[in-house]
Design a protein around this ligand. Structure first.
Ligand code: FMN
Length: 204
């Protein structure tokens, strides 16, 4: 695996599974996930919390080399296709945003993102890398999901082993530059909201 590290800088030390996770574009095109690894990723997602334990997340796992993988790859934005083709699997992530009897599930997207966060941490533990993508053709991807109107595709997740350091050279120049760039975040201060007195009063 690539020795390129992009460790998160933080005011307090983070667990290494969190601090060392990042989203690569250079994947090893010869690597395959084992069945056990795929099971571990899905189990991690399965045990995420959800509103009312509704578990709205749904997944389609496609392996590189399969017809299903080629179909999913084809729905990605060209800017994603150029690197995502090399990842061992592409996982379609969808949420059952409406129940079978038509009731809406307002937390479905929130819950499903949380399940993917679990999956990402488990992947890091397995020595794998994850790169989530929102850049795909929603209608075409939805059409691949057996035309189930209750299920909304939310992302496609590339999972694989990061390419060896010289694999970065296979990316075009601008992607190689992004691959090596340090990771950026807003500061914790920037994330803070203020709860004003009027809002508190409204809820008394
Ligand atoms: C919902 C979502 C959609 C994303 N869509 C794309 C995408 O289409 N293409 C891409 O290259 N990266 C995509 N990303 C990856 C983000 O750009 C990346 O997570 C962010 O820049 C932070 O970098 P890090 O994961 O390495 O910390 C997406 C991430 C998420 C969570």
């Amino acid at each position: 695996m690539s020795d390129l590290r992009k460790t998160a800088t933080s005011a307090e030390p983070l667990h290494p599974l969190l601090a060392e996770r990042w989203s690569p574009r250079a994947f090893d095109p010869d690597h395959q996930l084992t069945d056990r690894q795929i099971t571990a990723l899905l189990e991690a997602a399965r045990w995420a919390p959800s509103a009312g334990n509704s578990q709205p997340w749904r997944f389609a796992v496609t392996r590189r080399g399969s017809a299903a993988h080629a179909s999913v790859l084809d729905t990605l934005d060209p800017a994603n296709q150029v690197w995502a083709h090399a990842a061992a699997v592409l996982i379609v992530v969808a949420a059952q945003s409406v129940t079978a009897d038509g009731a809406s599930r307002p937390w479905a997207a929130y819950d499903t993102g949380q399940a993917v966060a679990h999956l990402s941490v488990q992947a890091q533990h397995e020595g794998l890398a994850v790169h989530q993508m929102g850049g795909f053709d929603r209608d075409r991807l939805a059409a691949l999901l057996a035309h189930d109107p209750t299920v909304t595709p939310l992302s496609v997740v590339a999972v694989g082993r990061r390419a060896p350091a010289d694999g970065l050279d296979d990316l075009d120049a601008s992607l190689g530059e992004r691959e090596r760039a340090p990771r950026q975040r807003l500061s914790v201060t920037d994330l803070m909201l203020t709860v004003g007195p009027a809002l508190v009063a409204d809820h008394r």
